[in-house]
Design a protein around this ligand. Structure first.
Ligand SMILES: Cc1cc2nc3c(=O)[nH]c(=O)nc-3n(C[C@H](O)[C@H](O)[C@H](O)COP(=O)(O)OP(=O)(O)OC[C@H]3O[C@@H](n4cnc5c(N)ncnc54)[C@H](O)[C@@H]3O)c2cc1C
Length: 430
């Protein structure tokens, strides 16, 4: 809930301030709350809503060879050997496992079940008809993992008026490798007069049983003779698992969701689940505001300004403010900078080296690895190579020496580094 204090009011006090409400910030707040730490989380509506809801752990390494790994743990071990500065190299494997399982079980308690196989990555079908490698998939996508593996007869159903999702495009992209795939189109019940329909509206509508009954009636002619039916991700907002199961029971066939283009309903579900459940664990959420100033001069803690009207005093802080999209990093004509503390950013020595010649170079662009260098306790380093502050930590995509998008490790790295930062604070605090 938003507060209405002015900065002249006494500051809100906490042990730990988490800056940023993306995957790293939400996970850090969760871990801290679970360890009994009095925590405030500040963040604007996060980039999490652009995410597909998939939980990547580690999929591709080395990038130049585009080597795809079935076992994400073996991939992480190899990565840590090859790139000792990568943030994963500072986290014990047992810690990464514990962190992930804590997040999965938290999400399950919020009604968002995830399907994963402990030692193996999954492949999912994308809205472009390509395959994406990932680790954990919302349970509403699980049947798609299974039919994709076995290339079973399957129908993709799109919805008239929904932009960016075409069943015919998906089928055309897959026709050689998956001959048993075909396409159909429906009109979403109650939206027949609209030229454009939106995934979020349909997801909210399907929370209502009557609407599911109508959708099942419209879908029924399209489910015969196939092992599963794939649809854009619209199966509910708050109870997606139950919505999917209810539709499956009505139709007598497994259904699966395919992530749509952003903003994507499974990303919204994650945001909603965290924002609903974290306060129940005691986290104080200040959403829709940014931390605008930080005073690190006090050796025992920090004083922060939040938005126009709030002050927060904290013993420690986790900076989980992301990269350029969330404005944790920004770039002028010459350099990349960290936005809040003006921390040193590890980056190529000249702008000419930010990017390679071709956009799709499989090695990725050096700029994508720019970010904060940290010590083994996830504390950002100053210019002298020493931690800037003994209780300032960093987590997530803002960290240097990683390219989460190409390596397919976005959520996994955010969650694991958030866990490591919180654990480091607990050790430091004694
Ligand atoms: C389009 C898209 C698709 C994705 N798909 C996947 C996927 O399929 N699988 C996967 O595992 N991951 C995926 N991700 C990545 C994942 O969602 C996270 O973006 C990533 O893990 C990094 O998370 P983060 O918390 O470090 O940063 P972000 O998600 O960028 O969050 C940082 C947050 O901090 C906020 N912030 C910045 N400065 C301040 C400040 N001063 N005060 C308060 N708040 C501040 C920003 O507004 C932002 O909300 C995707 C991301 C995007 C954008």
């Amino acid at each position: 809930m938003q507060q209405t204090h002015r900065k002249t009011d006494p500051p809100q006090r906490c042990e730990l301030l988490v800056i940023g409400a993306g995957m790293a910030g939400m996970a850090a707040a969760l871990f801290a709350a679970r360890r009994g730490i009095d925590t405030i989380l500040v963040g604007e509506s996060s980039e999490i809503i652009f995410a597909s809801g998939l939980m990547d752990l580690m999929g591709v390494h080395p990038l130049a060879q585009k080597r795809v790994w079935h076992d994400p743990w073996a991939a992480i071990r190899r990565l840590c050997r090859d790139l000792p500065a990568h943030p994963y190299a500072h986290i014990p494997e047992a810690g990464i496992r514990r962190a992930l399982e804590t997040v999965f079980s938290f999400l399950e308690s919020a009604g968002l079940r995830y399907f994963r196989r402990p030692q193996r990555n999954c492949r999912v079908l994308t809205a472009l008809g390509s395959e994406k490698i990932t680790y954990g998939v919302p349970r509403t996508m699980a049947a798609g993992v299974q039919v994709l593996e076995r290339k079973k007869p399957c129908r993709i159903v799109d919805i008239q008026g929904l932009k960016g999702f075409s069943s015919r495009l998906i089928v055309r992209a897959r026709h050689r490798s998956w001959p048993g795939l075909d396409a159909a189109r429906i009109v979403f019940p109650g939206m027949q007069d609209r030229t454009e329909v939106y995934a979020e509206q349909m997801a909210r509508a399907l929370e209502v049983p009557r609407q599911r009954e109508e959708l099942a009636r419209v879908l029924a002619p399209h489910v015969k003779g196939v092992a599963a039916v794939g649809m854009p991700a619209i199966f509910g907002m708050y109870h997606s698992d139950a919505v999917c199961r209810d539709l499956e029971q009505r139709l007598g066939v497994p259904l699966f969701e395919i992530p749509t283009f952003p903003p994507c309903v499974p990303g919204l579900r994650l945001k909603e689940a965290f924002e609903r459940r974290l306060p129940e664990l005691g986290v104080r959420l200040i959403t829709g505001k940014r931390v605008v100033s930080a005073d690190v001069s006090q050796s025992n803690g920090f004083a922060f300004g939040v938005g126009d009207d709030l002050a927060v005093a904290a013993d420690a802080a986790v900076l989980a403010s992301g990269r350029f999209l969330g404005k944790g990093l920004w770039a002028d004509r010459r350099r990349v900078r960290e936005s809040l503390f003006d921390l040193p950013v590890c980056q190529p020595d000249s702008r000419r080296r930010w990017h390679r010649r071709t956009f799709l170079d499989s090695r990725g662009h050096p700029l994508n690895r720019a970010g904060l260098e940290i010590d083994a306790r996830f504390r950002p380093l100053g210019t002298g190579g020493r931690p800037v502050h003994r209780r300032l930590y960093a987590a997530g995509s803002i960290l240097a020496h990683q390219d989460w998008m190409r390596a397919k490790c976005g959520s996994g790295l955010s969650i694991a580094s958030a866990w490591a930062a919180v654990e480091a604070f607990i050790r430091e605090r004694g």
